[in-house]
Design a protein around this ligand. Structure first.
Ligand SMILES: NC(=O)c1ccc[n+]([C@@H]2O[C@H](COP(=O)([O-])OP(=O)(O)OC[C@H]3O[C@@H](n4cnc5c(N)ncnc54)[C@H](O)[C@@H]3O)[C@@H](O)[C@H]2O)c1
Ligand SMILES: O=c1ccn([C@@H]2O[C@H](COP(=O)(O)OP(=O)(O)O[C@H]3O[C@H](CO)[C@@H](O)[C@H](O)[C@H]3O)[C@@H](O)[C@H]2O)c(=O)[nH]1
Length: 325
């Protein structure tokens, strides 16, 4: 199949591109490089520099290539920033996505996989979160993703657009080759910050809060390997060949680890201490977020392959020892 990968130079998108190429699919990457890296996309992969909100460039792209499906990874995705500057989030994550959807409609492309997030749920009301859990985002980032999920439901009813919104829990790890990995500026995610602290790069790790109602007082998250997210996207496109509708699936390993447990695992994997200090809570952090991915397993046939935390950390560590961008 031939795919347009919007945001393919970013962390998750670049792993998607690698996965599709390895599975003999044809790919074009479209990215404005606002947070992505040109080096994350192989020189042999067609790359178009552009904004998903730019109707003219999209129109040209769709006139040149015949795509079977679009995968849409583009977003602003910092929760704190979304509270301070919500317009940026609604502009990029909502308005620009609408431009993409309209251009797809004109081009007659009927299949989309969209990167959604556990942030659509807000504060969890149960230990594990399945698709029937109420959606009630507590920040503009989560709101912007939920808005698009709703637009996709309307787009199916009105235009027959088939879509899957994949709600990732905590994307983590790197391709086992060590040649691509996570590199955000600024970096806010736990695992890269922790590994940089191990290497003595940047400030030591701050643990945001140890007074939560969890087993050791620190926040619990469900870490899912980035290549397992990639496999879910391809399965989602295959699922849309057989199934009409606008679907949502949660993606996680179904097991939560506290920040302290991640630190302990990183010490095991790297064989080095993780310098850290306990700091205050970070606003907007729910105590626990753990996915039930039963639906993805049963309906998509998804089977995470790097589900053990030490293996996820090991792949991230390989990348951080020699980051290329
Ligand atoms: N990383 C996570 O833990 C996580 C969890 C849940 C959901 N998500 C979602 O997954 C997606 C990918 O996340 P990521 O961590 O890889 O982010 P990222 O910032 O690394 O990647 C996003 C990519 O999209 C590009 N981009 C952004 N706006 C664009 C625009 N208007 N036009 C063209 N390109 C644009 C960026 O340059 C970047 O390459 C996002 O939609 C994010 O909200 C990520
Ligand atoms: O330097 C750090 C960074 C994070 N944390 C903690 O580590 C946990 C994980 O944080 P982080 O890696 O920033 O991920 P989340 O805030 O859980 O958010 C990720 O996972 C969400 C879904 O679960 C997605 O919506 C977001 O896009 C994605 O960034 C949280 O308890 C943080 O408070 C620290 O203690 N110190």
């Amino acid at each position: 199949m031939k795919f347009l990968i919007c945001g393919g130079a970013g962390y998750v998108g670049s792993h998607m591109v690698r996965y599709l190429v390895e599975n003999q699919h044809e790919v074009v990457v479209y990215d404005d490089l606002s947070t992505g890296h040109r080096e994350a996309v192989g020189d042999d992969v067609p790359f178009v520099h552009g904004d998903v909100g730019d109707a003219v460039t999209l129109w040209r792209l769709f006139a040149t290539h015949k795509f079977d499906a679009v995968m849409h990874f583009c977003a602003r995705s910092l929760v704190g920033e979304s509270v301070v500057d919500p317009y940026q989030y609604y502009r990029n994550n909502v308005a620009n996505t609408l431009m993409l959807l309209a251009a797809m409609r004109e081009a007659g492309i009927q299949r989309l996989v969209f990167s959604s997030t556990a942030a659509v749920f807000g504060n969890p009301r149960s230990d594990t979160i399945d698709e029937s859990h109420p959606t009630d985002p507590i920040n503009p980032y989560g709101q912007s993703k939920l808005m698009i999920e709703r637009v996709l439901a309307d787009a199916y009813r009105a235009y027959g657009l088939r879509s899957v919104a994949l709600r990732y829990f905590n994307a983590a790890g790197a391709d086992p080759s060590g040649s691509i990995g996570e590199s955000h500026h600024p970096e806010t995610h736990l695992i890269p910050n922790l590994l940089r602290a191990v290497l003595g790069n940047g400030p030591g790790l701050k643990v945001f809060g140890d007074d939560y109602e969890t087993r050791d007082g620190t926040c619990v998250r469900d870490y899912v390997h980035v290549n397992d997210l990639a496999s879910a996207h391809l399965l989602a496109v295959e699922f849309l060949e057989e199934n009409e509708g606008a679907f949502t699936f949660n993606l996680g390993n179904g097991e939560g680890f506290s920040v302290r447990e991640v630190i302990a695992a990183a010490q095991r994997v790297t064989g080095r201490p993780v310098p850290h200090v306990i700091a205050g809570r970070r606003p907007g952090d729910p105590p626990t977020l753990v996915a039930s991915s039963l639906q993805a397993r049963q309906r998509l046939g998804w089977q995470p392959r790097i589900g053990v935390l030490d293996d996820i950390l090991g792949s991230a560590w390989r990348w951080h020892l020699q980051p290329r961008y």
